[in-house]
Design a binder for this molecule. Sequence first.
Ligand code: GLN
Length: 282
Amino acid sequence: MKTIREVLTAGASLLRNSQAANETPFLDAMILLAYVLNISKEMLLASYPDKIDQKNEDTFNNLLKKRRANSPVAYLINSKEFYGLNFYVDKNVLVPRPDSETLVEEAVSIINNFPTTKNILDLCTGSGALGIALKHSLPKLTVTCSDLSAKAVDICKKNSLSILGEELITIKTDLFNDIEGKFDMIITNPPYLTDEETDMMMEKDWPEPGMALRAGMDGLDFIRKIINQAPDYMEKNAYILIESSIDQTEEIKQLLDSGRFYNTRIVKDLSGRNRVTIGQSV
Ligand code: GLN
């Protein structure tokens, strides 16, 4: 029998030499092995000299194989930490990115300045990351989540139940089609990649759902529709926070400025890149 240290080191170097998984090979191997052994990463480090049984080693090797074939670690362990919370994820939803935490932080700080903010809509919610993290931070809010994918809606419900202990109102609909009423804030991380970017990812067998990424020639198909329709679902002075890629924010700000919005601005993510565009409805 090998030691945990030996198996981990071998696993990390296998990942280091693979095209798909060479960015954080040691961390990836550590997360996967801790998952197989059902212990924390800290515990794994403390267990270096211990022996690992063959069955666990085989399971670990099987996961490494899938990781080498491009599967995100989050899909392999069906879990991703976002805003300090553990979300269930699988191939039906995008893996929540740290970039999106910027949007939640900004929403929290706006709401703290305007404590009467109550009704929030998380449009294109996917796993529910944005809406659930916001509700977790500010439990008095009423948060509605929506998504076009029935499977995403199920996952969002599952996550809200496990993280918040209650099911948020979660609606399966195409953008605003089945949304009723007016909100004090809309938050959204809609699909925003260009067709070309999405095609390139799909050619490489990217495992995330294309429908969560693809957004037309310039990646703004959904964002344009949202900016056009949102004011009908917003109270006066309500906020909208839109995540996008860096090079889209200026154009989104212009779209907001030339639409029914004011007080528009762009917020940078933790890496200092433009990431979230914000406006208020007139
Ligand atoms: N941030 C994601 C990516 O770059 C895209 C997310 C989205 O389209 N909403 O892969």
